[in-house]
Design a protein around this ligand. Structure first.
Ligand code: ADP
Ligand code: MG
Length: 608
């Protein structure tokens, strides 16, 4: 996490990155252009108002008459209405761009997450992914929509003001403009300083968050190791340095503002001084002078905004970088283009090309490691016939889950191959296998929604009757109908309104509704009470018929009824066979059985 944060803050404006982002902004090109045009229009209209004031002063006040005032008033009101309409359209359009940009990027991110392999999620905390999809995308959307508004408006207005001044009186305009080079030089200097300070603040901030994270997640270890004081020191130093950078950012900003305002005033003073004497000489009108004074004020208004907008854009650069990193993350397991062409991809499967799965699975000399160099599985071979129930037994960390993860192609073997019905599964699409797969884990996951919805995720076109049948089959129907709202009960976020056992039964119903050919239960009964376990137990017997299944369980009764038991030790298959055969062998399984299962057996006998 820390590493991810540290590398986020590139020093400078990163053109490469924004180019990459361009690809994702392309669908909004037209809207962005429209927005820019609107902003130019708004800037021009805003710069036009002083001209109207000038006209009013020269024609009505200067000549002391009201003739034509009505027409003038109408024109003025029309321009105001036009501007209100422009601003309204701008707010609408920018809001729309913001929203649809966020939606689009999130959708792409979500799609990418579906394609990414489990190994990506090993490396990347879910919290990180969520933060990317929510706050970073939001920030990106805000900056793209509103940052463009501010920038384009500012430039358009400055240019319009310059043009109007030149047209009104180019001599006076040139005099006023003498402050612009000074302004430009000072602005560049100050903005650099301010941006630099902001950058430091953000960088320190991310380090503080990191330190904070470590401090919290490692609180227990810290206590034990007695490193609290050191952590605190480090934390203090970081906050101290952040404080200093924040102060210098504030100082630069607070000096910069008066400087811009003073320059603006100098411009105005120049206009009054040069223009005023011209007025007395009757070389220019009072109206023109007033317009010039307005223009010098208007001209400096956007300049003050630029520092803020630029720093926002630079800040958004970090968000953009993280979002792009997510959007462009490459899945480690990817179907080849020929495979994709033949069988379709994740989002447009060509099911007519798929061959039906029977369920024979073979591991041929498979070796695998999560991290380089440490083989979790080495030279592992096994042939499993369709419909067979395989129980995997072994200590924690022996590699049981790894074997089923490989069989399901959540990971691929580094060496060797895995055949499904005689073909290496890498010659088929991932979806082909995964849509024939039922997988129930120790910690069941439900999505917020009703119980019915959650079961239905197994097969979206299932009928009500099929849903109820699935629930009946796993002994979930009774407890569901006993709930006040039955199948319409909301399960809450992550299913937290139900007990683990209930969630487990529902996820079993979901798995069975999909009618998978290959079924995996990885410690599915480990965290439920004995009563639920008994229910699941009965259900499992029915579930396994006609499916190739892998069962990883602690309980003897589940294991004993398997067709074949594989004893895994440190990533190797050390014994295999039926329960009775393995007991007769008096080997590893026998010892495991006598140590671990005897208690359980006694317990059962006592209850019998
Ligand atoms: N996602 C992972 N990343 C890195 N190492 C892992 C991962 N999953 C499991 N391991 C390691 O692989 C070994 C086998 O784990 P696993 O297959 O989960 O064992 P079991 O299911 O038998 O308890 C263990 O040493 C474990 O620490
Ligand atoms: Mg496991």
């Amino acid at each position: 996490m820390n590493v991810l944060m540290e590398e986020e803050y590139k020093k400078k404006f990163d053109i490469q990155l924004w180019k990459k982002l361009g690809k994702y902004l392309k669908p909004f090109k037209k809207q962005f252009i429209m927005l820019a045009v609107l902003m130019i229009l708004i800037g021009i209209v805003e710069a036009t108002f002083p001209l109207l004031t000038r006209y009013a002063i020269d024609n009505f006040i200067g000549r002391n008459t009201v003739a034509g005032l009505d027409k003038f008033a109408v024109a003025y009101v029309l321009l105001v209405v036009f501007q209100v309409f422009n601003v309204w359209s701008m707010i609408n359009l920018a809001g729309k761009i913001n929203m649809s940009l966020c939606y689009d990027v999130r959708k792409r991110g979500f799609k990418r997450l579906q394609e990414l392999t489990l190994s990506y999620f090993d490396r990347t905390p879910v919290g990180w992914i969520m933060a990317r999809l929510m706050s970073d995308v939001q920030r990106l959307g805000d900056t793209m929509a509103w940052g463009i508004v501010d920038l384009v408006w500012g430039f358009a207005m400055m240019i319009a003001v310059l043009v109007y001044m030149l047209v009104l009186n180019w001599k006076l305009a040139l005099i006023v403009m003498t402050v612009i080079p000074v302004l430009a030089v000072l602005s560049i200097k100050f903005q650099q300083k301010i941006l630099e300070a902001y950058r430091k603040v953000r960088k320190t901030n991310s380090r503080i968050t990191g330190a904070f994270n470590e401090g919290i997640t490692g609180a227990k270890t810290t206590k034990i190791l007695n490193t609290g004081a050191r952590n605190l020191n480090e934390f203090n130093e970081l906050t101290d340095s952040m404080y200093k950078s924040s102060v210098s950012a504030a100082v630069y900003s607070s000096i910069y503002m008066p400087v811009v305002i003073s320059l603006g005033s100098i411009g105005t003073a120049l206009a009054i001084w040069a223009g005023g004497s011209n007025v007395t000489l009757q070389a220019i009108s009072y109206g023109t002078l007033v317009a010039f004074i307005s223009y010098t004020v208007q001209f400096f208004e956007p300049v003050r905004e630029f520092a803020r907008v630029l720093s926002e854009i630079i800040a958004a650069q970090a968000s953009t970088e993280r979002v792009v990193a997510l959007l462009e993350a490459e899945p480690e397991i990817k179907d080849g283009s020929d495979i994709e062409e033949k069988f379709g991809d994740l989002f447009s499967a060509r099911r007519d090309q798929w061959s039906p799965i029977t369920g024979n699975i073979s591991f041929r000399n498979v070796s695998f490691s999560y991290k380089d160099g440490q083989d979790v599985l080495s030279d592992f071979s096994i042939d499993i016939k369709a419909g067979e129930t395989i129980a995997l037994v072994g200590e924690t960390g022996s590699g049981k889950s790894t074997i089923v993860n490989l069989a399901c192609r959540f990971y691929e073997p580094a060496v060797g191959e895995i055949l499904i019905d005689g073909t290496d599964y890498r010659e088929r699409s991932q979806l082909w296998l995964q849509s024939n797969l039922g997988y129930v884990l120790q910690t069941p996951h439900l999505f917020s929604g009703t119980i019915r919805d959650n079961i239905k995720y197994g097969r979206l076109d299932a009928s009500e009757e099929e849903i109820i049948n699935a629930a009946r089959l796993v002994n979930a129907h009774n407890f569901i109908t006993e709930l006040e709202k039955g199948y319409d009960t909301e399960v809450g976020e992550g299913g937290n309104r139900l007990s683990t056992g209930q969630k487990q039964l529902i996820s079993l119903a979901r798995a069975i509704l999909a009618d998978p050919k290959i079924f995996v239960l990885d410690e599915a009964t480990s965290s439920v009470d004995t009563e639920t376990e008994h229910m699941i137990q009965q259900a499992i017997q029915k579930l396994l018929k006609g499916r190739t299944s892998f069962i990883i369980a602690h309980r003897l009764s589940t294991i004993r009824s398997a067709d074949r038991i594989l004893v895994i030790h440190k990533g190797k298959l050390i014994e295999e066979g039926s329960h009775n055969k393995l007991l007769r062998r008096k080997g590893y399984y026998y010892r495991l059985y006598t140590n671990q299962f005897m208690e359980e057996k006694e317990e059962l006998l006592l209850h019998a």
